[in-house]
Ligand binder design. Structure first.
Ligand code: NAP
Length: 260
């Protein structure tokens, strides 16, 4: 059974780093044309475009801040102009906002996390659906987190945004299903990327993290990316409206392995 996306037009937000970078590469390897969105690091996005092109793939880099609805609209217009439409949207761009207990939280910092992780995902989905619904096909995947389910002290905006993404996914899936569009979320556990460098680069923090993972290792970005490719493909043609966890068992709560 071959997982192929030949000729499919994909856009990956935050596609130039970490999980997004692996998703961009895996989508291109499966034959998709990939628009790599970034906000602050054009050099990473352009280097990735070059890497994909050297491997025989098709890719372009597009700057847009996903917390800016107008910038998102312009990004989709450029993709439309270049490729005539979009078949796959991966809402991957995300920030954790930094640690602050609720009573210490600056409201501007709270709003930024919600605007990037939730409103950004919604606005990108809205633009994608405006093109996918008339063509009667398409797949929207949002990268959520185990923290759509597991509380995380000090990160209330992040956890709230990811829980909201779960319900957004279910609701958009209901709206889009009659139009041949599938909408899903993928929830990674601990994946080794720049977002959590402080954790995996410190021995004590790393051990504390590994104790929370039944498979006893941090995941690789490619392990999330491969699931995204499968879900974006026709292999998953009957799957919609759900979050799929890629977390090494983190949401299986390993603390309970020895009774409780
Ligand atoms: P990362 O390496 O820090 O990448 C974050 C990406 O988001 C970068 O490409 C960044 O672009 C982009 N971005 C940030 N703000 C943006 C904005 N306003 N507009 C457009 N792009 C923006 O982090 P990562 O670990 O790969 O995270 C990717 C996604 O996975 C996030 O949604 C995160 O919540 C989720 N996740 C990660 C983990 C994990 O353990 N790593 C676990 C669960 C969920 P620039 O480089 O241009 O700034």
């Amino acid at each position: 059974m071959n997982v192929r996306l030949d000729g499919k037009r994909a856009v990956v937000t935050g596609g130039n780093s970490g999980i997004g970078e692996a998703i961009s590469v895996c989508l291109a390897e499966a034959g998709a044309l990939v628009a790599i969105n970034y906000v602050a690091h054009p050099e990473a996005a352009h280097a990735l475009v070059q890497r994909i092109q050297e491997q025989g793939g098709i890719a372009m880099a597009i700057q847009a801040d996903v917390s800016d609805p107008e910038a998102i609209a312009k990004m989709f217009e450029s993709i439309q102009a270049a490729w005539g439409g979009v078949d796959i949207l991966v809402n991957n761009a995300g920030i954790d906002g930094g640690r602050a207990l609720a009573w210490e939280t600056d409201i501007a910092a709270w709003r930024k996390v919600i605007e990037v992780n939730l409103t950004g995902a919604f606005c990108c989905a809205r633009e994608a659906l405006r093109r996918m619904v008339p063509q009667n096909s398409g797949v929207i995947l949002t990268i959520s987190s185990v923290h759509e389910e597991i509380a995380w002290s000090g990160y209330s905006a992040y956890t709230a945004s990811k829980a909201a993404v779960s319900m957004l996914t279910k609701t958009l899936a209901q709206e889009a299903a009659p139009h041949g569009v599938r909408v899903l979320a993928v929830a990674p556990g601990a994946i080794k990327t720049p977002i959590n460098r402080a954790v995996w680069s410190d021995a004590g923090s790393l051990q504390d993290l590994l104790d929370k993972i039944p498979l006893k290792r941090i995941g690789a970005p490619e392990e999330v990316a491969r699931m995204v490719v499968v879900l974006a493909s026709d292999i998953a043609s009957y799957v919609t409206g759900r979050t799929i966890f890629v977390d090494g068992g983190m949401t299986d709560y390993p603390d309970f392995a020895h009774g409780g």
